[in-house]
Design a protein around this ligand. Structure first.
Ligand code: PMM
Length: 426
């Protein structure tokens, strides 16, 4: 079993590395959060809950003092500090990795002093212009969530023509500003902000495009992605009863677990959840899944998982009799083949062992044998068959084949005719 591909993105330094998607347990020290408001509103209860979540397998405990439920009004900074600081200190002193869920630089700063290791800012730095410089100076991991304004008005702003493209663009602008403030991009975690200025259809679309959200520019770096779907209204709406009444948030934990499994299998770095044990199990399932399947085609790992490794053979020349016209099958002609195989080459590189990779000489022999075998009419057919030959090699996850027919019977001066197919192992 290849355990290396299961790891997913390693995430920023200073936080746990588990070789799988992390689980962040939520402790809202608020009287009014929609999901658990009031349940842990008191220092001792909140600390006890954080310790319990860590004991159940949470890698990080996220402590927040201000509700962000739709329609929520803001509270003063002093009140937020009063709620979160003793809880963060109590958990950090117990050796638990803690993040602070805040939009205020002042609160983030005090939370870091109290022992927090990660700043989770649902506004991605938009709510407080001081946040970027604070994060830059502190050099701590920072969650940049997609946000379009404070909770009391955010749902009015859930207007998108292309939600994935727009969230990606707005996150990119945020990251550019933060990096301009001095924030190390290697410490940034992205979050699409499910439910924040999003309707259910937006949330589902974002969830199914995690790889696009991890990479904000073509060819640019990829960022770890955090997903906060836990108990959110779009799950309640999905599970509404026949009369259309949404399922209460407390009965959406199973649906949360399902999202966790799917997001972790798609390469999410972390899931933020209210109930930890079943989500830990879901992450274990996703890890096993990724070990066999390999990461998504464009991984959220910045190439760390080996998802994008390729071995390429180009310009293989074969004499064969493929073609529609009689003289092509009678006289034959030269075809040229390029093959690019996608496979994780790290085990071979680590051991410097041919046995742990694809032997390109053997693959070249197989390609030539297939291409010079019984004639077919179309180079499309040939390309498809060659892709299947390559995919049959152990470890190969994808193959891109180009068949060139430079002497195709065309009544014009031309350089080449090609057909390219790209296939993934099913
Ligand atoms: N959601 C909530 C609060 N904080 N932080 C991040 N990074 N992502 C989220 O989706 C997110 C968050 C609101 O949920 P809650 O009130 O149940 O904690």
């Amino acid at each position: 079993m290849r355990t290396d591909v299961a790891a997913g993105p390693p995430g920023p330094p200073g936080l746990p590395r588990a070789g799988r998607c992390l689980v962040m347990g939520v402790v809202n020290v608020t009287p009014d959060s929609f999901s658990d408001g009031g349940a842990w509103f008191g220092v001792d209860a909140a600390i006890a809950r954080g310790v319990e979540l860590a004991g159940q397998g949470a890698d990080i405990v996220d402590v927040g003092g201000e509700s962000t439920r739709p329609g929520a009004q803001r509270i003063p900074a002093e009140e937020e500090l009063r709620r979160v600081l003793p809880v963060i200190k109590g958990l950090a002193d117990a050796g638990i990795p803690v993040s602070v869920d805040t939009m205020r630089a002042e609160v983030a700063d005090a939370a870091l002093t109290a022992g927090a290791r990660l700043i989770n800012d649902v506004s991605g730095g938009l709510a407080d212009p001081q946040m970027g410089r604070l994060v830059a100076g502190a050099g701590v991991p920072y969650v940049v969530m997609h946000w379009r304004g404070h909770s009391h008005r955010m749902q009015e702003r859930a207007l998108y023509a292309d939600v994935v493209g727009e969230v990606r663009l707005e996150l990119r602008r945020r990251v550019d500003v933060l990096v301009g403030d001095g924030v190390d991009p290697g410490l940034i975690v992205l979050d699409p902000g499910l439910g924040f200025a999003k309707h259910p259809e937006h949330n589902w679309k974002l969830l199914t495009h995690l790889a696009d959200l991890a990479q904000l520019r073509e060819g640019g770096p990829t960022f770890p992605v955090l997903i906060g779907a836990s108990r959110k209204r779009f799950l309640g709406r999905l599970l509404a009863d026949p009369a259309g009444t949404p399922r209460p948030f407390g009965d959406c934990d199973d649906a949360t677990v399902a999202v966790t499994a799917l997001a972790a299998a798609a390469g999410a770095w972390c899931v933020r959840v209210h109930e930890v044990p079943a989500n830990v199990d879901a992450v274990a399932v996703a890890r096993a899944w990724r070990e066999v399947e390999g990461p998504a085609e464009v991984s959220a790992s910045g190439g760390v998982t080996g998802a994008d490794d390729r071995i390429c053979l180009s310009g293989l020349r074969v004499f064969a009799r493929h073609g529609v016209l009689d003289h092509e099958s009678r006289d034959g002609q030269e075809f040229v083949i390029d093959a690019a195989l996608t496979l994780d080459i790290r085990p071979a590189a680590a051991a410097d062992a041919l046995s742990r990779t694809v032997d390109y000489s053997a693959v070249a022999d197989k390609i030539v044998r297939e291409a010079s075998g019984p004639p077919v009419k179309l180079i499309e057919t040939l390309a498809e068959r060659l892709a299947q030959v390559c995919l049959a090699e152990p470890g190969v996850r994808g193959a891109e084949i180009t068949v060139h027919k430079p002497h195709a019977p065309l009544p014009h001066r031309f350089a080449d005719v090609t057909v390219t197919v790209r296939r993934a192992r099913q």
